[in-house]
Design a protein around this ligand. Structure first.
Ligand SMILES: [Zn+2]
Length: 134
């Protein structure tokens, strides 16, 4: 099943091919990072020059419109839209902290969480459903 990921601001597709592409900023470095569209897969491609350590906070932007993807609800998280078909869409909330494996797929019906660093309280918090999060 193909998932389409898109920017919540300009609705541009963020995974035109096999990876999700986001602009990343950390300290004085800026580049494109590639992520797996597969939930729970944290393999990512980080541009040369980025010196990321555990707990480094990365700022993500849409590569198309340049808008900041930081979640307004939780500044340590970023969010983008996803859709797996008509009527099945929601938001993906993921940690901005390098090495922190926590991702939530949130739709009106359910929250699915991935990664060993997920926070049960955050699941409840995000369990509002994306209609309420807006
Ligand atoms: Zn955008």
């Amino acid at each position: 099943m193909r998932r389409n990921y898109s920017c919540p601001h300009c609705h541009g597709v963020l995974n035109p091919n096999v990876k999700i592409i986001l602009r990343a900023d950390h300290e004085s470095h800026r580049g494109l990072m590639l992520f797996s569209p597969q939930p729970g897969n944290y393999d990512c491609i980080i541009p040369d020059g980025f010196k990321l350590k555990k707990k480094s906070m990365v700022r993500f932007h849409c590569p198309l419109c340049g808008k900041d993807l930081t979640s307004r609800r939780d500044r340590t998280m970023a969010e983008i839209h996803f859709a797996t078909g008509p009527g099945h869409e929601g938001i993906v909330v993921f940690s901005r902290v390098y090495g922190q494996h926590a991702t939530y797929f949130i739709t009106d019906e359910e929250v699915k969480s991935y990664g060993e660093h997920i926070d049960e309280e955050a699941v409840n918090f995000w369990g509002l459903g994306h209609g309420d999060v807006r």
